[in-house]
Ligand binder design. Sequence first.
Ligand code: 13P
Length: 250
Amino acid sequence: MRKKIVVGNWKMNKTVAEATDLAAAILEKLDDGAVACEVGIAPPFPALTEVGNVIEKSAVGLVAQNCHFEDDGAYTGEVSVNMLASLGCSCVIIGHSERRQYFGETNQTVNLRLKKALDKGMQVIMCVGETLEERESGVTEKVVTEQVREGLKDVSDLGDVVLAYEPVWAIGTGKTATPEQAEEVHASIRSTISDMYGEVAAGQIRVQYGGSVKPSNAAELFAKPNIDGGLIGGASLKADDFVAIVKAAS
Ligand code: 13P
């Protein structure tokens, strides 16, 4: 039985003070005892320390939104895995579609970042997903399969890997994939993992769904057999909504 995982990706939102307040509000509403899934929050880099202090003694994990693939060096504006670990991060999101779309991230750089994070013992959430144009031209499965295969190239152990299927057309648009549309792609991702790593690994890996998940649609999505939780954007910025989604996964 796979444990569901729900992570709030705050993207480029919240000052340090606002982020601290949001983390505190989430903890207050989240009754740890009633939460049966894994929960994480991914504030922007400047707020990691303060948010980490707020959630330190809770079951909520501190997640980063990106990392670089080198240990250190002349990479202005980038942050290394060691730096994130030193702030208490246990998990990092890699290859979010916004990184791919606006910052030139490719399957190859996703793969480099992912391998570096895994080498350092960090859990990773690798994001994949097709654009609207790709869906409409019928290449969703091809695109997503390629993202999974190339992103995981030369990775032998999936123990610390979570995948997130985030159709680009559903992110921040209010258009959620229907549970059936999402389930179809999730099943195809699991079958790719089975081809690459065998059935046992495919049965164990968790595949989150992301893209306009809200309290009103979360339970229906999470009820699908191949959907193991969610990567939540907009709704994770409101404590009540995020906690309701976590509860839907519990
Ligand atoms: P929204 O939930 O705002 O659509 O964002 C999803 C997402 O990109 C999470 O990483």
